[in-house]
Design a protein around this ligand. Sequence first.
Ligand SMILES: *[C@@H]1O[C@H](CO)[C@@H](O)[C@H](O)[C@H]1NC(C)=O
Ligand SMILES: *[C@@H]1O[C@H](CO)[C@@H](O)[C@H](O)[C@H]1NC(C)=O
Length: 507
Amino acid sequence: MKLFSKVIVFIVCLGLVLAAEDDQNKNNTSNATGEDGQPKADAPTEEKELPNGLCSTCNCDAAKKLFDCSSAKLYKLFNMTEWLTLNASGVATDTMLLDRNGIASVPQFPLLDVKILDLSHNNISTIAKKAFIGLSNLEVLDLSYNMLTSNNLIPEIFEGSYNPDEYLPLEKLRVLRLGNNQLHSLDQDLFEHMPNLEELSLVSNVFKVIDRLSETAIASVKTLRSLDLSYMELLSIPEYIFNAPQGLEYLNLTGNLLTTIPEALIYATHLKWLSLDENPIDNIQGDHVFPTLKSLEYLSLSYITPLKMIGRGAFSNLEGLKEVHICNNPEFSFFHADAFVRSDPDEPTRKIWPLVKKLYLHNNNLSTLDAQTLARWDNMDVIDMRVNPWNCDCQNQWLVETLLPQIEKTTPEIMNNVVCATPKQMAGVSMVDLEHKHSQMRCVDKYGNNPQNDGALLIGLLIGLLAGIPLTAALIMIYKRGCFGLVRRGPADFSRAFYSRATNDDY
Ligand SMILES: *[C@@H]1O[C@H](CO)[C@@H](O)[C@H](O)[C@H]1NC(C)=O
Ligand SMILES: *[C@@H]1O[C@H](CO)[C@@H](O)[C@H](O)[C@H]1NC(C)=O
């Protein structure tokens, strides 16, 4: 009897060990093996099994402090037991990537020391209340490319732990990406648990208008530095939305339906970077110039199909401009010489220009650029004037003499495609060739007659005149003296000779 029971125990143990090995081979993360059985066989399995758990389903990179579960065909987030295996693995996870899966809902996360959490490109429509309360060090939360709706995105989702000074804050959260969801409005208290939010993106949510609630929500984020409101089909920007976020530096308004420069910008006093690309703005002049934005350094006005004209004073209030992109605007033909200049407030007769270092003007419909548009062309790092129908007449001579040599010095790689379109005789001529040949471009007269023929005509006239004077003198003498008995000739004949001479020289 004793021997028999020993044999049984031996067989059971052997079976458990084999089963455990089999499980390990399958990378099974469950710890069901040996749950009911022998401590001797159980203990070693448990130790090997748990640390491998999530780190075998996903990729744990200890050196980069990365837990990478991108594109892992996950349809739901892990349960507590599975999360524990990650904790037990000892791999620090500053960055947790859970993007590009099929996750539909986000339950509460366990206590984890994660700084960056990427949940983008899933099917998330619901998120539990206090979902991120366990991630007290969370700084960056990416929820873009999901199915979040205005009804489901409620403030309680972002509740953090108790804090005597703030209302249940997610204290460290700096960046929140909500782009490419199905939001059309925001709860007015959506950001109340984010006392330190600096960067917010709402790109590609079709709002059309920023209603009062959304305006209140955004305007309440006083720590905001970067706001992406691109591709939201916005027809206007509420006037006071930038009044409270005094530190706003970056504002992306690309791809909306704005037809004028938004007046709300006047409150974005610390703005450094602004894009209004792809908005149907047709001119920037008169009452619709930029307001005073002393800190603005970067401005982009590209891919604006109806933009025809940038008028006097358009940028005069942007005294800190360093980089300006006005590109790919097919109808943009008129760039006023006084677009940038302003008068010195202390000495109104003195003019001041911003110290623009980079000016991108490629692929517009510009035929001319005034030398007084900016003051220090010699100080610039980039001037891009490619693919415009340049008018190669004497008024643009400075382009060939001053601007192109500067481009050649700084960025020779963008010298190509600077080509004359008018006048007819010059069409297709490379301005760089003109520069290298030190060509003098001719002047077009006020009727737009082509300068080469005019020039030739002038030369013809001159030659005719020079040749005509001695000839006339000789003929007058002959006439006066009545030599050779020649027939009297009228003055009309002389002028005919004069013109025929000139015409001969022309061709
Ligand atoms: C993970 O481990 C840390 C200590 O390493 C601990 O403070 C934390 O509570 C653990 N998380 C969970 C969910 O057990
Ligand atoms: C380009 O400018 C010229 C005048 O300089 C104008 O006649 C022409 O219509 C403009 N082209 C477009 C597409 O706006």
